[in-house]
Each structure stands twice: as structure tokens, then as C-alpha cells.
Design a protein around this ligand. Structure first.
Ligand code: AMP
Length: 210
């Protein structure tokens, strides 16, 4: 069963690929951002504290995240989207793998530049009900404002605004290099060109990981 991490800046295409790879491999995909947004929606203690960081495009501190991801890390396989985002998180995750005797197949790094993510995120729309992702020009829904999959309402995420996109890009840039090196040293790094069309990225991952 496939066990992979999807790593890249916000808007690099991780969420879109997570959905397609989940269907290809038949393993669950877990987005830390989605888990946190669900906590915010439920006004849980974690959600109430995380919201302030998320609205500003900052990372939620590790002390708040605790072991939120751990139950999803199983020998049945997984696609993790949005974790790790710091070297400390990469080390925490590695410790979980060791404790559970799990061998990671790959860390897939979606390389992209700032103009491309500004374009993607400012025109991104997501389904409020099922989380499906659209782009107003490149991947528009069949009917404006309505999800093709479940007919739910399409919304713009509150952190997909110009200022917060810039902040999220800077946060990513600050943290990325040591994380990439961490997985390169373990020979787990697979780099894909996140600027390419989603079908090309999908084919490239399939070619390397089957
Ligand atoms: P995403 O949906 O992956 O773009 O994440 C949205 C927001 O959730 C981020 O801007 C952070 O505030 C928070 N978040 C997601 N993943 C993490 C993480 N691994 N560590 C800390 N905060 C995170």
C-alpha cells in the first residue's frame, strides 16, 4: 500500500493530485489544512486557537497540533498533504514512522514559483461541502459557483487573498530547503514540476511510483 507525502507551496497542486492519487492507489489522503478547517468549523478548542494563525497565513504551532495526524499513519497506506511544513514536523513524522514500523515510499516535492501560485490561489474555488478544487480559468466548474461532484456551493477560501497568499509563500520559502534536504538524504525525494498541467504531473508521479 502506497505511503507518500505531498510537499510544496500552497497552490502547487498537492490537493488536486492527492484526490487523483487517492483514487488511483485506493489509499486515504489526509490534508492537515482540511483537518484544521474542520476544527475551526466545529469551534473546537484547537479550532478556536488555530483560526488566528490560519487567517494570517502563519503556521499553527506544533504544540497545538499535538498528535492530530498520528491516527491516520497506518500500514494500510496514506497520502499526506500539508505536513510536514517545518523540519521539526519532518522529524516528528519520522519518529511516528519508526514507532509504527512504517517505511515511506516517497516525498513528492511540487516545485513552483511565486507568480504561478498567486495566479492559482487567487482564482481557486473550493466546494464548501466536499472540498473539490477548481480554478476559474484552467479547471472551471460546469456551472458557475456549483460543484460538479456534489452540487455544493463553491467558495473562495478566506486565506486565498493577495496579502495572505504572499505571507504563506514567504512562510513556505523560509522552511522548505531543510525539509527537502531531509528527504533527499533518505533517498525518498521525488521532484515534480508543479507549474505543469495536472495530467502531466499525475503521469510523472505514476511513472515513478506506479
Ligand atoms: P493548507 O490548506 O494546506 O493551505 O493550510 C491552510 C493553513 O492551515 C496554513 O496556512 C496553516 O495556517 C495551517 N496549516 C496547515 N498545515 C499545517 C502544518 N503542517 N503546520 C502548521 N500549520 C498548518
Amino acid at each position: 500500500m502506497k505511503k507518500v507525502i505531498l510537499f510544496g507551496a500552497p497552490g502547487s497542486g498537492k490537493g488536486t493530485q492527492a484526490n487523483d492519487l487517492r483514487l488511483l492507489w485506493g489509499v486515504p489522503s489526509i490534508s492537515l489544512g482540511d483537518l484544521l478547517r474542520a476544527e475551526v468549523k466545529n469551534s473546537s478548542p484547537l479550532g478556536l486557537q488555530a483560526k488566528g494563525y490560519m487567517d494570517k497565513g502563519q503556521l499553527v504551532p506544533d504544540a497545538l497540533l499535538g498528535s492530530i495526524l498520528e491516527p491516520y499513519i497506518t500500514a494500510e497506506g496514506f497520502i499526506i498533504d500539508g505536513y510536514p511544513r517545518t523540519l521539526g514536523q519532518a522529524e516528528n513524522l519520522h519518529a511516528i514512522f519508526q514507532r509504527k514500523n512504517i517505511v515511506l515510499d516517497a516525498m513528492i516535492y511540487f516545485e513552483i514559483d511565486e507568480p504561478a501560485i498567486v495566479n492559482r490561489l487567487s482564482r481557486r474555488r473550493v466546494c464548501k461541502a466536499c472540498g473539490a478544487i477548481y480554478h476559474l480559468e484552467n479547471m472551471p466548474p460546469k456551472t458557475s459557483g456549483i460543484c460538479d461532484v456534489c452540487a455544493g456551493e463553491l467558495i473562495q477560501r478566506s486565506d486565498d487573498t493577495a496579502d495572505v497568499i504572499k505571507k504563506r509563500w514567504l512562510v513556505f520559502q523560509e522552511q522548505a530547503q531543510p525539509i527537502v534536504e531531509f528527504y533527499r538524504a533518505q533517498k525518498k525525494l521525488l521532484t515534480v514540476d508543479g507549474r505543469c498541467d495536472k495530467s502531466l504531473v499525475f503521469e510523472s508521479i505514476k511513472k515513478h511510483l506506479g
